[in-house]
Design a protein around this ligand. Structure first.
Ligand SMILES: Cc1cc2nc3c(=O)[nH]c(=O)nc-3n(C[C@H](O)[C@H](O)[C@H](O)COP(=O)(O)OP(=O)(O)OC[C@H]3O[C@@H](n4cnc5c(N)ncnc54)[C@H](O)[C@@H]3O)c2cc1C
Length: 499
């Protein structure tokens, strides 16, 4: 045990050596709060409003110019809206399903916490959004999955999560919280192996300011924009990182600050949110290449069942040579997409919008249009003989109505025979990292000896334990679901420490 502990310490010294302390003389100002929340994304905003609601003097430090918001879906169960719609789910079945997606390597207590508390937290959010006149629906209801179970979890607010964040920002201010933008936290302050007592942040003027606190809640998001951390913690996702999707300010600051004071990190490699269908250098990706067309690698070979959920497909594609694939379809696409529907979270828009995107993709050179299969192969620069054999075999399977090679359902087994022929080269699209500092079900950060670091909480993508292995799109919006549920709970728990 002692030897193991020493080894851990050595590993840490090599890779996460704390920077030197900021000299006291460089600290231009010191202020005091009950709770300091670091980061104003969904987790941080929920933590801040919750702490301020509890009567704690709350200060928020945010690196960017504004709050951070993405996307639309917020996945939880048991909200009053879901109850009104009659949406019920078998708890044991869902938890086992989610743990299966995680290869049973996540902390099931955290998954259960999200399930058990998410509905109540959503009700709290619904009170706030209703008061602000923001309407909400539960998307994907009813939604029947063919590859996997799908659950009607995604609460979608009018104006997306940007509207929610803006409302939460106003609410935090109304409750007396102080929000400091362009003020990144740079160090956590911890008494020798004891409590965390605050943070030091950089002000917009370039000075250092100390924020003393009875509790600190880290909500700094992921580390997708920190290449070194990606290489170390989520290397499998690197090929999917392009400039389009991931938030630039997510540089793993909270992870690092935690590690520097002795926090424990999730096991490697971390789970990240990556979907399939990215067309390099283009935003024309969702509607075309994410369908269950024939997929081949750059050698012209088919390599699996194309009808798998977006996050799974991405992992499969990224294992191919060059981490890319060709998605191949033909002139019957309009009839086929009508049958495909949305079985895998593949977001199929109505045909007119699809046509517009297709034409744009062809016009910009991101999609190849050819009048023969041979011409298509030539322009794809795949070995022609192999590709023609692949298409012939695929057409044979489609005519038989049975995918004897990889088990794709017959309803998605469409031939490639009617000109014009299309192909798009795509890869994974990286969004956010999902691994982080180990936390207890109270969202308290653990050290490498699995002891709680007093006074330190973490929520959202800086925290760990909840995701592992594959991102389960089976529950739409589960990463926001975690961020808002754990953000609120961390804010409440931190505030409770201060009274
Ligand atoms: C394009 C896109 C669409 C998405 N759509 C969905 C969706 O529909 N459903 C879903 O569930 N998930 C979605 N996600 C993922 C989801 O948005 C994230 O998992 C979620 O935002 C995490 O929330 P968070 O509060 O932990 O982190 P973030 O939202 O990343 O917020 C972290 C905040 O901390 C700040 N920060 C960083 N470092 C510091 C520092 N040193 N000091 C102070 N502040 C700091 C950042 O500037 C940021 O404001 C999407 C992601 C992207 C990129």
């Amino acid at each position: 045990m002692a030897a193991e502990k020493d080894q851990r310490k050595v590993r840490r010294e090599e890779s996460e050596r704390p920077p030197s302390a900021i000299p006291v003389s460089d600290i231009k100002e010191t202020t005091t709060a009950d709770v300091v929340v670091v980061g104003a994304g969904l987790a941080g905003a929920c933590a801040a409003v919750s702490a301020a609601e509890s009567g704690a003097k709350t200060i928020v430090l945010e690196k960017g110019l504004t709050t951070m918001a993405h996307g639309n879906y917020n996945g939880v169960f048991g909200s009053r809206l879901q109850k009104e719609l009659g949406i019920e789910v078998d708890r044991a079945h869902l938890l086992t399903d989610l743990m299966r997606w995680r290869s049973f390597t996540a902390d099931q207590r955290l998954v259960a916490l999200w399930f058990d508390e998410g509905g109540q937290v959503m009700d709290w959010l619904l009170d706030l959004t209703e008061a602000a006149g923001i309407s909400v629906i539960v998307e994907s209801y009813p939604w029947t999955g063919e590859w996997t179970d799908h659950y009607s979890a995604g609460h979608k607010f009018e104006g997306g999560n940007a509207a929610v964040l803006s409302m939460l920002e106003s609410k935090a201010l109304e409750l007396g919280a102080e929000i400091n933008y362009q003020t990144p936290a740079v160090r956590l302050l911890r008494k020798q192996d004891g409590r965390v007592t605050g943070v030091v942040a950089e002000t917009p003027e370039g000075d250092y300011k100390q924020f003393n606190a009875k509790a600190v809640v880290l909500c700094t998001g992921g580390y997708g924009s920190n290449r070194e951390m990606m290489e170390k913690y989520s290397p499998w996702a690197l090929s999917a990182v392009t400039s389009y999707y991931y938030p630039q300010l997510n540089t793993g600051d909270g992870h690092k600050m935690g590690l520097w004071i002795g926090a424990a990190m999730d096991e490697l490699p971390h789970c990240s949110m990556v979907f399939d269908g990215r067309i390099p250098d283009s935003l024309v990706y969702y509607t075309i290449a994410r369908q269950a067309w024939l997929n081949v690698n750059i050698r012209g070979e088919r390599y699996g069942n194309e009808m798998t959920p977006a996050s799974v497909m991405a992992r499969v594609d990224m294992l191919q040579p060059g981490h890319v694939k060709w998605s191949v379809w033909d002139g019957k696409w309009e009839e086929e997409v009508a049958i495909f529907g949305d079985p895998m979270g593949q977001l199929m828009p109505p045909a007119p919008e699809y046509r517009e995107t297709l034409e744009k993709g062809v016009g910009e050179g991101h999609i190849i249009e050819a009048s023969t299969i041979e011409e298509l192969a030539q322009r794809m620069e795949v070995p022609q003989e192999t590709f023609l054999a692949t298409v012939a075999r695929y057409n044979e399977l489609a005519s038989m109505g049975e995918d004897l090679d990889f088990g794709k359902p017959a309803s998605r087994l469409t031939t490639v025979e009617k000109p014009p022929f299309y192909a798009a080269k795509t890869g994974g699209a990286f969004y956010v990292t999902l691994g982080g500092l180990k936390v207890t079900p109270k969202l308290q950060v653990l050290d490498t000896d699995t002891n709680v670091i007093p006074g330190l909480y973490a929520a959202g993508n800086v925290s760990g334990g909840f995701f592992a292995s594959l991102y389960a799109i089976t529950v739409p919006g589960i990463s926001h679901g975690r961020a808002l549920t754990f953000g609120r709970l961390a804010g409440l728990n931190a505030a409770a420490e201060t009274t």
